[in-house]
Design a protein around this ligand. Structure first.
Ligand SMILES: *[C@@H]1O[C@H](CO)[C@@H](O)[C@H](O)[C@H]1NC(C)=O
Ligand SMILES: *[C@@H]1O[C@H](CO)[C@@H](O)[C@H](O)[C@H]1NC(C)=O
Ligand SMILES: *[C@@H]1O[C@H](CO)[C@@H](O)[C@H](O)[C@H]1NC(C)=O
Ligand SMILES: *[C@@H]1O[C@H](CO)[C@@H](O)[C@H](O)[C@H]1NC(C)=O
Ligand SMILES: *[C@@H]1O[C@H](CO)[C@@H](O)[C@H](O)[C@H]1NC(C)=O
Ligand SMILES: *[C@@H]1O[C@H](CO)[C@@H](O)[C@H](O)[C@H]1NC(C)=O
Ligand SMILES: *[C@@H]1O[C@H](CO)[C@@H](O)[C@H](O)[C@H]1NC(C)=O
Ligand SMILES: *[C@@H]1O[C@H](CO)[C@@H](O)[C@H](O)[C@H]1NC(C)=O
Ligand SMILES: *[C@@H]1O[C@H](CO)[C@@H](O)[C@H](O)[C@H]1NC(C)=O
Length: 699
C-alpha cells in the first residue's frame, strides 16, 4: 500500500518535472473541480467538494467559504491543515486538497473557492457552489381571511411547514398551474387571489420541491357569494287565477351558502319554504307577495315581488234596463253586473264609445226617434268572462183600457180603470176627466205607478158617468185612450132551454165600460108557486115581472130550474149598479105559445078560407107584437132608478122554494154572492154552454 502510493506520487512528480523541463519556462499552476461545481446535499450528510490541481509540487491550498478562508494547508507538509476553529467539526481537508463536510448543516450552503498558490509560480482557483437542503415535511395550507367572499379585495392562501428548504414552489387551481397575472399575486409563501369571484371556488394546490423531496398539498376554497337577484315564478304561470285554482310560487336565488327564503304577504311572514303552495286561492289571496332571500354567512339579502291576481266572476249575468229621467225627457240606459273581482267593465258601444263603468253603469241619452225600438247591447267585460245584455227602448204601444167595478166596505161603487201600455221604459200614465186633469182625492185615486185610476161614489150618477182619458207616455212617445163610463147596461142576452123544458140557461153580455155590480133575474108567469105551500100570497099566475134571482157583477149566465114545460114564462135581466137599476134586457119567452089554442087549430083543419083569414089575423097580431117589443126597446132611458120600489127579491137564491117571496130589504152586496152558474147546473143534453164567465172585460 505504502509502496503503491509512493510509486503514484513519484509518477506524478516525474510527470510534472518532465513536462516543466520540456516545456521550459511555460510551466503553470492549474486547478479544476474533479466533479460538478454545483453540489447539492441533504443536511446531515457527508459531502465532498473534490478538486484536482497541477503545475507545482506541494503548493499551498486555501478554501474560502464566502470569501473567508476557512482551511489552509501546504500539500504534503507534516503539519495538519489549518481549519477555522468554529468550523473544524464540519470541515475536513482531504490529502488531495478536496474539502469534505461531515454531517453538513443547512448554513453551509454557499459558494466555496479553492485556491492553489506556489511561491514563484503563482496561484489558481476554482469555485464551487454547495446547496444544503432539508427534506420538506408537514406542509399545510391556510387561508386569510377564513372565507373568501365575492367582491372583497383579496384573499390569501399560504403554506406552512415543519421543515424544508424550498427550491421551487408551484401553485395549481384545479390542477392547472397558476401563472402570476392580474388575478393572482405570488408572495413569499402565499398565493393572493385578487377580487375573488364565485368561479375561483375550487381546489388549490401548492407543490414544493427541492432536489431531495417534493410535497404537494391541497385546500378546497369556497368563495361565498349571493344571494343573487331572486327569481320568482308562479306555476302554472297565468296572468290571473280564478278563485279555486291552485298555484305554486317559487323563489330561487343563487348563493353560497344556499340563501334562506322568507315569504311575506300582507305584512305577515307566511312561509320559509322556497315553494309556496297556494291551493284553492280566494280573492283575498290576490296581491303582492314579497320574497326575501338571505345569505346567513355574509348577511347580504335581497327581495323581490310577485303579484298574484285572483279573479272571481260576477254572479249571474249582466242586467240591462232603461228608464226615463229628467222629467220623462231623457233615457237612462243602465247596465249592471256587479260582485266580481275585479268589477266587470261595462259599456254601451252603440251609445258611446268612450264612456264606461265598473260593475254598475248608467248612461243618460236624450231621447230621439232613432232609439225607438233599437237594440242596445251592453258589453260586459270581465277577465274571466265576456258577457252582454240587451235592452230596447220603445215608445208606448196601442193598448186597450180595462175596467172593473166593485163595491167597497163603505158601500161605495169602486170603478177601477187600468191603462197599461207596453213600453220601455215603462209608460207613465196621466189621467184626465173631460178636459181637466184628474188629481188624487177622496173620490179619485191614481195608483202610485199611475197605471190605474179608482173612482169611488155612492151611486151611478153624473159624477161617475164621465169621459176619462188616459195618456201613456215615455221619453219616446205616448198613446192615449178615452173611456166613456156607462151606467148599468145589458148589451145582449140569450136563452137556452133544455130538452124537456124544465131548465133554462140564460146568458148575457155587458158593454166593457158599463158600471155593473150585479144582476136581477126577473120572471113573469106561473113559476113554481104551486109547490110553495107555506106562502099562499104568491100562488097563482104572476102578471108582473118579479125578481127571482140575484147574481153578482161578474155573472154572465144563470140556470133556472124546475120550470113546468106546459107553462109559459117570460124572463128578463136587470143590470144593477148598487141601488141603481139599468134598462132591462129584452124579454125571453119560454113555454107553449099563448096564441095557438085548440079551437084555432080546429079552424085551420076546417077549411082553407077560414085558415087564410085566420093566418092574416095571426100575421097582424105578430106584427103588432114585434112592434110593441121594438117600441119598448127604443124607450131606453137610464139611469132608471127604480131600485127601491122594485125591491122584490129573495132572501137567498139557493132556495127555489122561496122564489117570489116578497120582502123590503136593502139589496145585498152582489159581489159577495159567490154563486157561479155551474154550482146549480145540471146535465142539459141539448144545451149549448154559455161563454165562460168574465169578471172583467177589455174595451
Ligand atoms: C461521515 O463521516 C464521519 C467521519 O468520517 C463518519 O463517522 C460518518 O459515519 C459519516 N456519515 C455518513 C452518513 O457516511
Ligand atoms: C455563488 O456563485 C454563483 C456564480 O458564480 C453566484 O451566482 C451566486 O450568487 C453565488 N452565491 C452566493 C451565496 O454568493
Ligand atoms: C376537496 O373537495 C374534493 C371534492 O370536491 C374532495 O374530494 C376533497 O377531499 C376535498 N379536499 C379537502 C382538503 O377538503
Ligand atoms: C307544493 O306543491 C309541489 C308540487 O305541486 C309539491 O311537490 C310540494 O310537496 C308541495 N309542498 C307543500 C309544502 O305542500
Ligand atoms: C314589494 O312590494 C312591497 C309592498 O307592496 C313594496 O313595499 C316594495 O317596495 C316592493 N319591492 C320591490 C322590490 O318592488
Ligand atoms: C242580444 O241581441 C243579439 C242580437 O240580436 C243576440 O245575438 C244576443 O243573443 C242577445 N243577447 C242576449 C243576452 O239576449
Ligand atoms: C200598479 O199598481 C197596482 C196597484 O198599486 C198593481 O196592481 C199593478 O200591478 C201595478 N202595475 C204595474 C205595471 O206595476
Ligand atoms: C147619489 O148619492 C148622492 C150622495 O149620497 C146623493 O146626494 C144623490 O142624491 C144620489 N143620487 C141618486 C140619483 O141617487
Ligand atoms: C162623452 O163623450 C161622448 C161622445 O164622445 C159625448 O156624447 C158625451 O156627452 C160625453 N160625456 C160627457 C159627460 O162629457
Amino acid at each position: 500500500m505504502r509502496v503503491d502510493e509512493t510509486l503514484k506520487l513519484s509518477a506524478v512528480f516525474l510527470y510534472v518535472f518532465l513536462s516543466c523541463t520540456f516545456k521550459g519556462t511555460h510551466c503553470e499552476l492549474a486547478v479544476s473541480p474533479a466533479g460538478p461545481p454545483l453540489v447539492s446535499a441533504v443536511a446531515g450528510s457527508n459531502v465532498t467538494l473534490a478538486v484536482s490541481f497541477s503545475g507545482a509540487p506541494d503548493p499551498a491550498v486555501t478554501w474560502f467559504m464566502r470569501n473567508l478562508p476557512v482551511v489552509t494547508w501546504t500539500v504534503d507538509s507534516a503539519n495538519p491543515p489549518d481549519i477555522a476553529e468554529n468550523r473544524s467539526n464540519v470541515l475536513r481537508l482531504e490529502k488531495d486538497g478536496s474539502l469534505t463536510f461531515v454531517n453538513v448543516p443547512l448554513e453551509y450552503t454557499g459558494n466555496y473557492t479553492f485556491e492553489v498558490t506556489k511561491s514563484g509560480i503563482g496561484k489558481a482557483s476554482t469555485v464551487f457552489e454547495l446547496k444544503v437542503f432539508e427534506i420538506i415535511q408537514d406542509v399545510t395550507l391556510t387561508t386569510m381571511p377564513d372565507f373568501a367572499i365575492e367582491g372583497t379585495e383579496r384573499f390569501n392562501i399560504q403554506y406552512n411547514m415543519k421543515q424544508g428548504v424550498i427550491e421551487q414552489q408551484m401553485w395549481f387551481f384545479n390542477d392547472m398551474e397558476i401563472k402570476p397575472n392580474s388575478d393572482y399575486l405570488m408572495e413569499q409563501r402565499s398565493l393572493v387571489i385578487l377580487e375573488p369571484t364565485r368561479s375561483d371556488s375550487g381546489r388549490y394546490s401548492v407543490s414544493l420541491t427541492n432536489p431531495f423531496s417534493s410535497v404537494t398539498t391541497h385546500i378546497n376554497v369556497t368563495v361565498l357569494y349571493g344571494p343573487d337577484e331572486p327569481i320568482l315564478e308562479a306555476h302554472p304561470a297565468m296572468s290571473f287565477y280564478v278563485v279555486g285554482d291552485s298555484v305554486n310560487l317559487s323563489c330561487q336565488a343563487e348563493g353560497v351558502p344556499r340563501p334562506t327564503v322568507q315569504w311575506v304577504f300582507d305584512g305577515q311572514n307566511i312561509s320559509d319554504k322556497e315553494v309556496l303552495n297556494l291551493t284553492k286561492v280566494q280573492t283575498n289571496q290576490g296581491g303582492v307577495y314579497t320574497c326575501t332571500v338571505l345569505n346567513t354567512l355574509t348577511k347580504k339579502q335581497r327581495q323581490h315581488n310577485i303579484s298574484l291576481n285572483v279573479y272571481e266572476r260576477p254572479a249571474g249575468s249582466p242586467l240591462c234596463s232603461v228608464q226615463s229621467v229628467h222629467n220623462n225627457t231623457d233615457l237612462q240606459y243602465h247596465c249592471r253586473w256587479s260582485g266580481g273581482t275585479p268589477e266587470a267593465q261595462l259599456h254601451f258601444p252603440v251609445l258611446s264609445s268612450s264612456s264606461s263603468g265598473a260593475g254598475n253603469f248608467s248612461l243618460n241619452i236624450t231621447a230621439s226617434d232613432n232609439l225607438n225600438g233599437r237594440l242596445v247591447t251592453c258589453m260586459a267585460n270581465h277577465p274571466i268572462e265576456q258577457n252582454k245584455c240587451n235592452v230596447t227602448a220603445s215608445s208606448p204601444v196601442k193598448f186597450l183600457p180595462f175596467m172593473r167595478t166593485t163595491i167597497n166596505l163603505e158601500g161605495k161603487i169602486v170603478v177601477t180603470i187600468h191603462c197599461v201600455s207596453e213600453a220601455s221604459p215603462g209608460a207613465v200614465v196621466s189621467w184626465s176627466k173631460g178636459s181637466e186633469a184628474v188629481t188624487n182625492g177622496a173620490a179619485q185615486q191614481i195608483s202610485s205607478n199611475t197605471t190605474q185610476l179608482q173612482i169611488r161614489y155612492y151611486n151611478v150618477s153624473n159624477f161617475l158617468l164621465q169621459n176619462y182619458t188616459c195618456t201613456c207616455s215615455n221619453p219616446l212617445g205616448s198613446q192615449r185612450r178615452e173611456i166613456q163610463l156607462l151606467g148599468p147596461t145589458i148589451s145582449d142576452s140569450s136563452l137556452f132551454p133544455n130538452q124537456d123544458g124544465t131548465i133554462v140557461t140564460l146568458t148575457w153580455e155587458v158593454p166593457p165600460t158599463s158600471i155593473v155590480t150585479g144582476f136581477g133575474i126577473q120572471m113573469k108567469g106561473p113559476g113554481l108557486l104551486s109547490r110553495n105551500l107555506n106562502d099562499t100570497k104568491t100562488k097563482g099566475r104572476s102578471n108582473t115581472f118579479q125578481t127571482v134571482l140575484q147574481k153578482p157583477g161578474s155573472a154572465r149566465s144563470v140556470d133556472i130550474f124546475d120550470l113546468d114545460p106546459k107553462m109559459t114564462y117570460w124572463i128578463r135581466i136587470i143590470p144593477i149598479a148598487r141601488m141603481t137599476e139599468g134598462e132591462p134586457s129584452k124579454v125571453h119567452r119560454i113555454g107553449p105559445g099563448e096564441g095557438l089554442s085548440g079551437p084555432a087549430i080546429a079552424g085551420i083543419a076546417a077549411g082553407i078560407p077560414c085558415s087564410l083569414v085566420f093566418l092574416f089575423l095571426l100575421a097582424g097580431f105578430i106584427y103588432l107584437c114585434v112592434d110593441w117589443y121594438k117600441n119598448r126597446h127604443r124607450q131606453a132611458r137610464y139611469p132608471v132608478s127604480r131600485a127601491v120600489e122594485k125591491a122584490i127579491t129573495i132572501q137567498t137564491d139557493s132556495t127555489p122554494h122561496n122564489l117570489m117571496h116578497v120582502g123590503r130589504k136593502a139589496p145585498p152586496d152582489y159581489n159577495r154572492l159567490k154563486l157561479t152558474p155551474s154550482e146549480r147546473s145540471v146535465a142539459l143534453p141539448s144545451f149549448v154552454p154559455p161563454p165562460p164567465v168574465r169578471v172583467a172585460t177589455t174595451v
